[in-house]
Ligand binder design. Sequence first.
Ligand SMILES: [Zn+2]
Length: 220
Amino acid sequence: MPPSVLTAIIDPREVDSEVHNMDICNRYPLEFYKATLRYANPKEFVGIIERVEDRLESEEKYYGLRFTHNTTDIALGVKESAYKTLESMESKLKHQMELAEKILAVDEHDVAERVINSHFLPDIIGNLRAFSRQEFRCVKCNQKFRRIPLSGKCTRCGGNLTLTVHEGSIMKYLGFSKKLAEKYNVSEYTRQRLKLIELETISLFESELKKQITIDRFFE
Ligand SMILES: [Zn+2]
């Protein structure tokens, strides 16, 4: 498909403002390195380390943007991220946590907390919601039903009906989240959220009628 919009002239004032923070100096001053030791706020260096933003009002915004390290090829870099080459969510998670543990500047406990809160929990909650509002499908003719017909069979061909959202899609991430919370130092609040969601899934999926128990349970 051809592009629908082409920009012939790029005005740095109109591009994504994130890049306005990119530094354009060829070396950092000593005071910068000293400030890193006391974890200084980067804002302290506004005006000291030149950034794209500092040039937006002048002609120099178009040329002479400097850099600290040379490269032989401006197109060098990762062509396919590990997020795509690793297939299962479990292995993506495993590799991400291994990396977090290796990198000194990264707090792996915080990573675990963020993965649970911003990735797994919303997913589990979304799937729980989808499960309870799901459609049913005929295994023979694929007819969809918003509600199960009273006969319990497909009204078109008499075939058996099945779920379109399965228990597995909800329980899958709950298991990962629980493992993360066990291994890493995750906040009590997050642990409790997981516990509550687990109780909710148990009440949804575990049928009291179908639960099998052995007779000796009555003699304990
Ligand atoms: Zn059918």
